[in-house]
Design a protein around this ligand. Structure first.
Ligand SMILES: Cc1cc2nc3c(=O)[nH]c(=O)nc-3n(C[C@H](O)[C@H](O)[C@H](O)COP(=O)(O)OP(=O)(O)OC[C@H]3O[C@@H](n4cnc5c(N)ncnc54)[C@H](O)[C@@H]3O)c2cc1C
Length: 475
């Protein structure tokens, strides 16, 4: 970590503090709800330079650097941008991040780099996420981007899962000259970047650009291969692979266990988002049609997934979209900026409300949900106040569609089919957080499949750390 103050000559902090931000360029709600296109617009050169000039270059280690899980040297990138050195700025990000085109769009910046920016104490923080997206786009449009492939080592690594963790691990291993094959259960790459995060937050072309880079660098891809069913971790070593990385995420929708959960009209968030957002040719066989929703849609849950479902339902034409959450807004785990966008797009939030039963109409389809009012009690294991039902407050909401966005569990298959692989919490793989090493020699893991549901950036960092350990192991 940089402990010394670097010199950014001529930086007059007082003058810079006077500069105001043009704010996030986003499409107006009435326009953006008509399609699934990206909501954030990339600024022009002039606006980007003006925004970068607002950076006061805090003493090292700068708060934004400390708050970035990827250790991006944001202050240096801002310095390049204000001087018009966009390619140099892009290189700063590429040194520490395998997914700058993705993290710049989907990181919860308000809780990370921008949340740590001292300018945010009195006004708008420097919009560092937006500027990262700007320089990466500049790089793609002017000189393009190519992964630097290392001198071939003759070593082969199998990666399970093509999400942020697997893809980042692959990129780093290829830069060291190792041959990489990714085995993926779905028909296409990207993990939740493709099969989860909606297009209006992360346009799919960014994911496909990144994938094209890996293909060009020589990655091998085996889609539609569920490891633990179609082949096992031990098969890889028998086939001559020298090491394995497991980046399988935590993709099983948490169940609700209430009456009526199987009614037509009740759908899990994952299936809903996949069917709403993924290009038809990349949809798994059992989900290859767009979801049909009614006029009145209720989403259950309070995280980012719930906001994504609300916003997708609005775009699919639902007239009334409501979020049912059992605590209050203060306890909601999701990104507050996304929630603001969701409200602007017309969704309503009903707090302290717990659905307890899904009710069928005469046609056998979902017609209503019975709820009970909640109050907050003492903190539970999560540290948040425990929601407690208030007796006698049951009420009915008429709905056509319910989307359950209650969180995610890991899949147990790999843990159950890999001898001596230590697992915990219903299937998460035990790893050394610094090296990604598991209890099996030559087998490494990282991302949501080891930590539980987290962020793209943390999965990316885990993939990179594991790649460094695998490289050491192979040498
Ligand atoms: C709806 C939604 C919205 C989100 N929004 C954001 C956001 O805005 N910002 C943010 O930072 N994070 C967000 N996240 C979280 C983020 O997407 C994850 O933390 C991240 O994708 C985890 O990366 P990963 O590589 O560990 O796993 P995943 O992205 O889950 O990738 C794992 C891959 O492994 C494959 N796989 C699983 N099991 C097997 C197997 N046995 N054999 C072969 N392949 C297998 C899966 O098909 C998948 O492709 C969101 C998550 C969801 C669900």
């Amino acid at each position: 970590m940089k402990e010394e103050r670097r010199e950014f000559p001529g930086v007059e902090r007082k003058e810079r503090m006077q500069l105001t931000s043009a704010g996030l360029p986003i499409r107006p709600p009435e326009e953006r709800i008509k399609d699934f296109d990206g909501v954030l617009l990339i600024p022009d050169v002039e606006t980007a330079i003006q925004e970068a000039l607002r950076c006061i270059h805090c003493p090292d280690p700068a708060p934004c650097f400390k708050a970035c899980p990827a250790d991006n040297d944001i202050s240096l990138a801002m310095w390049h941008i204000e001087k018009g050195e966009f390619l140099e700025a892009a290189d700063v990000y590429r040194q520490t991040s395998s997914l700058p085109e993705i993290c710049s769009l989907v990181c919860p910046h308000d809780q990370l780099c921008q949340g740590a920016c001292p300018r945010g104490k009195r006004g708008e923080p420097v919009l560092t996420g937006l500027l990262e997206a700007f320089v990466i786009q500049q790089q793609r449009e002017t000189v393009g981007y190519k992964i630097t492939v290392g001198v071939p080592t003759g070593k082969k690594v199998a990666i399970v899962g093509a999400g942020p963790a697997g893809v980042s691990c692959a990129e780093q291993l290829m830069s060291k000259g190792h041959h990489v094959t990714i085995f993926e259960a779905k028909p296409g790459p990207g993990g939740l970047l493709t099969y989860g995060i909606p297009n209006f937050k992360l346009p799919k072309e960014y994911v496909f650009d990144l994938w094209d880079d890996l293909i060009e660098a020589g990655i091998e891809f085996q889609p539609n291969t569920f490891v633990g069913k179609d082949k096992n971790i031990d098969d890889f070593f028998a086939e001559g692979y020298d090491a394995v990385f497991i980046g399988v995420g935590a993709n099983v929708d948490a169940p609700m266990r209430v009456e009526g959960e199987d009614l037509p009209g009740v759908i899990n968030a994952t299936e809903f988002l996949i069917r709403a957002n993924v290009p038809i040719d990349l949809l798994p066989e059992d989900m290859n049609t767009r979801p049909e929703i009614g006029n009145k849609v209720a989403v259950i849950g309070g995280g980012d997934t719930a906001a994504d479902c609300l916003r997708s339902a609005i775009r699919l034409g639902a007239e009334e979209v409501i979020c049912l959450y059992r605590r209050t807004e203060a306890e909601m785990p999701g990104n507050s900026h996304d929630r603001e966008l969701t409200v602007d797009e017309g969704a309503q939030y009903q707090f302290l409300t717990q659905p307890i039963k899904f009710i069928a109409g005469d046609d056998g389809k979902l017609a209503a949900v019975e709820c009970v009012k909640m109050e907050l009690g003492e903190p539970d294991d999560s540290g948040r106040p425990r929601p407690i039902p208030i007796e006698g407050t049951n009420f009915i909401i008429e709905v056509d569609t319910i989307i359950k966005a209650l969180g995610y569990w890991p899949d147990e298959t790999i843990g159950k089919t890999t001898p001596d692989l230590e697992i915990h919490n219903w299937g998460l793989i035990v790893t050394d957080p610094e090296t990604g090493a598991t209890s099996r020699e030559g087998v490494f893991a990282g991302g949501d499949g080891s930590t539980g549901p987290d962020l793209v950036v943390t999965a990316m960092v885990a993939g990179r750390k594991a790649a460094a350990s695998i490289d050491k192991y192979l040498n």
